[in-house]
Ligand binder design. Sequence first.
Ligand code: ASP
Ligand code: MG
Length: 412
Amino acid sequence: MPRLVMKFGGTSVANVERIKNVARHVKREVEAGFDVAVVVSAMSGKTNELVAWCKEAAPLHDQREYDAVVASGEQVTTGLLAIALQEIGIPARSWQGWQVPVETDAAHGAARITGIGGAGILQGFEEHREVAVVAGFQGIHLPTGRLTTLGRGGADTSAVAVAAGLHADRCDIYTDVDGVYTTDPRIVPKAQRLDRVSFEEMLELASAGAKVLQVRSVEVAMVHNVRTFVRSSFDDPNNPKPGTLICGEEEIVESQVVTGIAYSKDEAQITLRNVPDKPGVAAAVFAPLADANVVVDMIVQNISPDGKTTDITFTVPSADYTRAMAVLAKQKDTIGYPSIEGAQDVAKVSAIGVGMRSHAGVAAKAFKALADRGINIRAITTSEIKFSVLIDQAYTELAVRTLHSLYGLDAA
Ligand code: ASP
Ligand code: MG
């Protein structure tokens, strides 16, 4: 039998009525001849509530116990969906992360999957065509026997990893939108659903702020070449639309120069003025930040006019801004900068497309269009298939709309 992994996020299992609807989607695929593993999230809002309880109990708490608490949301939905499936005549059972087992490292609260067992699931397929309802987001660190969780949004990653582990033919990620769009349709009503997008582009889109999939899940899909569909659980279970296929570049026939525009308001900018222009300074700035687990994104450093000092500008996630400033304050004398400036009202807007590899001047066109609208660019970074600009947050929507039309992505 061909194998399918289906994943349903929080809004798709928000209440028992919605869980019954999920059961109908699963039934359709079982009847189509698939052996199915369903990966579920907690009911929407549940994980937030559990996280808040941990913080209330103690602002700085034991991460292992945090995992014990927050993993419980998914346990509830696995049992409920198994019951709903049995109720409509589909053999099913629940699997917690530790039962599969979904093996992870010991990074509690943000664990990475290191392996998928799954022998029991396969046995259930063979013996009774039993649907496996797997708890997303959770795993086990086998050496200590402790429960772990994968970080917020981690159920997407669970699904793709289970698909890879079971050698599934496909992984369908059901969510509250019917696919991946050229940009956020709330900002650009003319945004279009993409039929296909390459792993690499999806990875860049997700990293640049598109919220449809967890970044890590796309990495896992790319590494294991898992054909992944993003589709809607709100479609009629008897007549669903296919959604967007995330796949290898070789499966994409026609491609635009730019495939999508993403944005992120969760950025903060830090500028160090007049740092000495000598070897080792960049290391003195960025090594302590890395040690403090602050992920630095854009970095701009000027050539100094006088060969003595220069400015370094970079961005960090807003959530890490205060921590980053504290780390840098401690290093003030070691680095030797006279002044530091920070800005939190910034946003990063990115354009992504594999076509950039073979087309010149793609970014230059954007700089002109943004300038024509009076949008000042604070920093720029480029990669082979992406460029990003850092701008004042107030202009985010205008910039996204401008780039979306500039690259011909508006629906007719
Ligand atoms: N329930 C978890 C969260 O809200 C995992 C997930 O839904 O992906 O982060
Ligand atoms: Mg999610």
